[in-house]
Design a protein around this ligand. Structure first.
Ligand code: G4P
Length: 549
């Protein structure tokens, strides 16, 4: 059954997206300006960048403030143009790429933010690859036009050649850096004039033109700067592709807008375009319908079943778990992306992995660290539900039937340590804390068969995760711990060709267990992996496995 009336309208209003960028491209600044346009914050500067005394709305953990990085992902919701927009924050640092991957599982579109001087940077490219793999439509915002940088033509060329994605410039800058005079909108033919001396960033002059050759512009902009913009635009018209909605929705073409997040310039144009074209709540692939129809449906259409967001059956999946968001309450929050239907506080749902009913009594929506209770939420929204240890990343829930969403993979760590606590009496507490943090996805735990679960190996993808771990042990659990590095650099999950876990390997390899008891091997170097492959030609060695069992 599909929802109708008010509930249907609410779902159709939802737009859920994330910003992907290399650190320092201006994600925090752009987020701040989007929240400002959405009326969530009322003064530009209320939420600021990161250095010194400032703390960004989305950077709410103490260490994030100290280090000036965004580690955890939070959700910000604002209204614009009669739409309800959910912006999911992604950690910028590469060491938290797994967290970012999980966030990208929960969005319907993404905005790629590019620094005009730096172009496509390494981290942007990696995040872009994830979006492409998942066919997520991508908007592009070229930032920092008030600074010197590459020419727009060179930038578009760079995006197209490095990412293999076509670009459709919606707007075009007239000059950049000290020569930046404004932005021409190719769709509306408006020119938004940039005033270097502007103090109040809300006042903007917009001129309606008949096109970039409109004589009005000659009276306003220096001839040389205008000439260049006109030449560039002529080239663009002739060469770059038209905007085709289906190609955008398949992630093949990206609409590009230009601006300066810091100067709040071009952000409203971007937002307007976003509201016009951002896809609404997308149907999600499922691995099964209601219990009764599951087998029949799978046989009929094994690959292509999807949950209609307007389905009256409430469903969703956990893409993130955050422990100790509020230290005073020692709580744990499971972030649920709602995929269909309507969420109501106190509702009963079925937890698919546990195969049992649960009541979702406490639910929150977050603006960074500030939470407010949510009574009702709709497909496309993210709700944080209080978790007393029932949830893991990748868990699916639904109000009726068996609904399993796509798995969220976990990736092979490359750094390993053991942990010891200075006060030996606190060992049990340390083990419990490690278990919490591994359920949250902040670390992975591996059990050595000879040593046992009381002294697990801790695996992470990036060095900074270890730093955060030690900090959080102290800050959230009051545990003074030290790490001893283990020599491993490679983790692989051995599976048969049919995907069954392999418990024994030839060649004398120790089989460890991960936190969900899957067999895994830990090796010092790639060379050992090649050896394992030679000795066990029938075994596949997986770099990631799904969390759902
Ligand atoms: P991030 O979250 O992507 O890491 O970047 P963030 O927004 O923190 O921006 C990184 C730096 O770039 C900040 O400077 C920010 O002010 C600056 N910035 C962002 N957008 C623009 C823009 O459109 N034009 C210019 N000129 N600069 C921009 P900072 O020196 O680290 O901090 P602050 O003292 O300027 O706040």
């Amino acid at each position: 059954m599909l929802l109708t009336g008010f509930d249907r309208e609410e779902i159709l209003k939802r737009r859920t997206f994330a910003i992907i960028s290399h650190p320092d491209a201006g994600k925090t600044t752009l987020t701040e300006k989007l929240l400002y346009h959405g009326g969530v914050i009322h003064e530009a500067g209320e939420v600021k960048g990161k250095s010194g005394t400032k703390s960004a709305t989305s950077d709410w953990m103490e260490l994030e403030k100290q280090k000036g990085i965004s580690i955890t992902s939070s959700v910000m919701t604002f209204k614009y143009d009669d739409l309800c927009i959910n912006l999911l924050d992604t950690p910028g640092h590469k060491d938290f790429s797994e967290d970012t991957y999980r966030v990208l599982m929960a969005v319907d579109s993404a905005t790629m933010l590019i620094d005009v001087a730096k172009g496509v940077e390494e981290r942007t490219r990696k995040l872009y690859d994830v979006c492409r793999y998942r066919h997520i439509p991508i908007f592009t915002f070229v930032n920092k036009l008030d600074r010197e940088g590459k020419t727009p033509l060179d930038l578009i060329d760079e995006i197209e050649s490095t990412l293999g994605m076509s670009c459709h410039p919606v707007t075009w800058p007239i000059g950049i850096g000290s020569r930046f005079r404004g932005i021409y909108n190719r769709w509306t033919k408006d020119v938004t004039v940039y005033d270097q001396r502007r103090e109040d960033d809300r006042e903007v002059t917009i001129i309606s033109t008949t096109g970039i050759h409109d004589p009005q512009l000659d009276a306003l902009i220096e001839a040389e700067i205008l000439k260049q913009a006109r030449e560039e635009l002529e080239l663009v018209e002739g060469v770059l592709p038209e905007f085709k909605l289906d190609e955008f929705l398949n992630g093949k073409i990206s609409p590009v807008t230009f601006g300066s997040a810091k100067q709040n310039f071009g952000v409203d144009t971007f937002l307007g375009f976003f509201c016009q074209f951002a896809p609404g709540v997308q149907p999600r692939q499922v691995r099964g319908g209601t219990a009764a129809t599951k087998l029949k449906a799978e046989a009929a259409e094994p690959q292509r079943k999807a949950m209609d967001p307007l389905d009256a059956n409430f469903s969703g999946f956990v893409f993130k778990i955050q422990a100790n968001m509020d230290k005073r309450h020692r709580d744990r929050v499971a972030f649920l992306r709602i995929c269909s239907g309507k969420f109501e506080r106190g509702m009963k749902i079925k937890h698919m992995r546990l195969g049992r009913e649960l009541r979702l009594s406490y639910s929150n929506q977050f603006i960074a660290g500030d939470r407010s209770t949510v009574d009702v939420a709709f497909a496309g929204d993210i709700v944080g539900v209080n978790d007393t240890g029932h949830f893991q990343i990748g868990d699916s829930v639904a109000s009726s039937g068996d609904v399993y969403f796509e798995d969220i993979p976990k990736f092979a760590p490359e750094l390993f340590s053991r942990m010891s606590v200075r006060d030996a009496l606190k060992r049990a507490k340390m083990q419990e804390a490690l278990r919490h943090l591994s359920e949250e996805g902040a670390i992975q735990l591996f059990i050595d068969p000879l040593v046992g679960a009381q002294d697990p190996l801790i695996g992470v993808v990036g060095e900074l995760q270890f730093e955060v771990l030690v900090h959080r042990m102290q800050d959230e659990y009051n545990l003074d711990v030290t790490l001893m590095r283990a020599p491993f650099t490679v983790a692989r999950w051995p599976r048969t060709k049919e995907g069954k876990p392999v418990d024994q390997l030839k060649g004398g390899f120790t089989i460890y267990r991960d936190a969900i008891e899957q067999p895994v091997i830990l090796l010092n170097q790639e060379w050992d992996l090649n050896w394992a492959k030679r000795e066990n030609p029938d075994v596949e060695f997986h770099t990631s496995i799904s969390r759902a069992r």
